[in-house]
Design a protein around this ligand. Structure first.
Ligand code: HEM
Length: 474
């Protein structure tokens, strides 16, 4: 009835009890999970950067030490047990797979996320941003509203029209239901992980969760199936095998070409589409929501961004191009600072398959590992003002911590870092510029309360108001 002490074990998180370990600290809903993640991070920092957290007898290494985090992320590429819950939905897509499948798929899919491919989507980013700004007209000078509802539609339509080449602009109702279904699925699967009795097939069925989950999965698979069908038909009509050996093909063309070569099965393609869609739209739209919340509460920063936009784009309503994106340095710094302080994914989670030597401790096969992004992003190496929202820190190398890849973990760290990072940055920048060119935003960040459904999201305090800017061209 004691913790099994393996060689080189880290200190144990407080509150361990026999048999269940710390399990009782995660049972419940999202706010409970959020609280525990926060406590884990705090205690881990106090105890030197690595601690042990036990879900029953299952040991988790909780890591906030940047050097150990990088070692762990690079030497353990298999995903944590929580991702098992998502397999009926995402199968063996990039997020859930490990080992040789992940290695092969990642290598083959990398070219579709290359900078030049993303730059080729700029017109589509602009189109989606324009249509968002038009839709936001309904909210001008009105009561506070939930901007996530608009941003999630835009982010979903953006990923569909770019990486998958299909236009779902007219299907707003389907998009709404799709977004809602993904949110529900992530919620159900996180609760299943937290509340261990739900992991019994019998109880899961009896609780009604299984039926709900099956219905939701059937619904979301409609989109990936229809993407494959539509694209296959299009290609047939055009007699066009986009056999380009170049790096410039969209993800759907790349996947369909690989299926023609028998490298990817029909199932593999569907799983990768489902994976990329949810990985892209949910993270991006919450990050944009946080950006607007921050700007709405910090008028001086909002005005600096607006001024830069006017200087770079001039008094026109034109689309942003590649050069504009490069010139918008303060806007980019502001987005990075939002991502640093309001990271949407709380942790990088891994399953340990081989012995891994950290600085002072050893992880063994069968252990799980939880690298806390929030704590890395707020490491003392950022300086005394680490908690302060200060975009200027991104404007010169001198202000950034040395080796800052491990201190900025919002997109993950090590070899499994986010494949869509460039896509995310460019699409978010385009959307924010279009919004801020036309509107001023107001919000009250002090009221923000967060929860964790694996994705960190607000439960309250996230509504904004908008007014039209004076002296803007459009
Ligand atoms: C602000 C937006 C985003 C954030 C904060 C974010 C964050 C992350 C994080 C933390 C990981 C996990 C890394 C790990 O497990 O080590 C990840 C993985 C991934 N992301 Fe993103 N992401 C964002 C946007 C996107 C976009 C736009 C796409 C696609 C266009 C995308 C596709 C993926 C995929 C497919 C993976 C799995 C990669 C792998 O394991 O090889 N993400 N992302």
């Amino acid at each position: 009835l004691t913790v099994e002490v393996k060689e080189n074990s880290p200190p144990t998180f407080s509150g361990w009890v026999p048999i269940i370990g710390h399990l009782y600290k995660i049972i419940g809903g999202g706010e409970r999970l959020s609280r525990t993640l926060f406590d884990l991070g705090e205690e881990c920092e106090r105890k030197g950067g690595v601690i042990g957290f036990y879900v029953g007898a299952q040991r988790h290494f909780v890591i906030v030490d940047p050097e150990d985090a990088l070692t762990a992320a690079n030497s353990s590429l298999s995903k944590h047990a929580i991702f098992k819950q998502a397999e009926p939905w995402l199968g063996n897509g990039l997020i859930t797979s490990g080992g040789s499948t992940w290695k092969m798929h990642r290598k083959l899919m990398n070219p579709a996320f290359h900078l030049n491919v993303v730059l080729g989507y700029l017109d589509l980013f602009n189109n989606q941003a324009r249509s968002l700004v038009e839709n936001l007209e309904d909210e001008v000078d009105k009561e506070p509203f939930n901007v996530f509802q608009y941003l999630s539609q835009t982010s979903l339509k953006t990923i569909c029209s770019t990486a998958f080449g299909i236009n779902v602009d007219q299907d707003s109702e389907f998009c709404n239901k799709y977004i809602h279904a993904c949110e529900k699925l992530i919620g159900i699967q996180t609760r299943k992980f937290q509340n261990i009795w739900l992991q019994s097939d019998l109880i899961y069925r009896l609780s009604g969760f299984k039926k709900k989950e099956d219905e939701l999965i059937k619904y979301v698979h409609q989109l990936s199936n229809s993407i494959v069908q539509r694209k296959r038909m299009e290609r047939k009509e055009r007699h066009k095998e986009v056999k380009s050996a170049t790096k410039m093909q969209s993800l759907i063309d790349l996947l369909l070409n690989l299926s023609g070569d028998q490298v990817f099965s029909q199932e593999d393609i569907r799983e990768e589409i489902d994976t990329v869609i949810v990985a892209a739209f949910d993270t991006t739209s919450w990050s944009l929501t946080y950006a607007l919340l921050v700007l709405g509460s910090m008028p001086e920063i909002q005005e600096k961004v607006a001024k830069e936009i006017e200087e770079v784009l001039g008094p026109t309503d034109r689309n942003l191009d590649k050069d504009d994106l490069q010139k918008l340095v303060y806007t980019e710094a502001m987005i990075k600072e939002v991502l640093r302080l309001y990271n949407v994914l709380p942790a990088v989670l891994r399953h340990i398959t081989e012995k891994v030597q950290l600085k002072n401790y050893t992880m063994y096969p069968g252990d799980q590992c939880m690298i806390l992004i929030n704590n890395l992003n707020r490491h003392k190496a950022w300086g005394l003002d680490v908690e302060q929202f200060r975009p200027e820190r991104w404007l010169g190398e001198a202000e950034l911590p040395e080796h800052h890849s491990a201190y900025f973990a919002t997109f993950g760290i090590g070899r499994r870092f986010c494949i869509g990072r460039i896509f995310a940055m460019y699409s978010m920048k385009t959307i924010l510029v279009h919004i801020l060119r036309r509107y001023s935003v107001k919000s009250d960040l002090a009221k923000l309360r967060l929860t964790s459904d694996y994705v960190t999201k607000p439960v309250s305090g996230h509504f904004i108001t908008i007014t039209r800017r004076i002296n803007v061209v459009n």
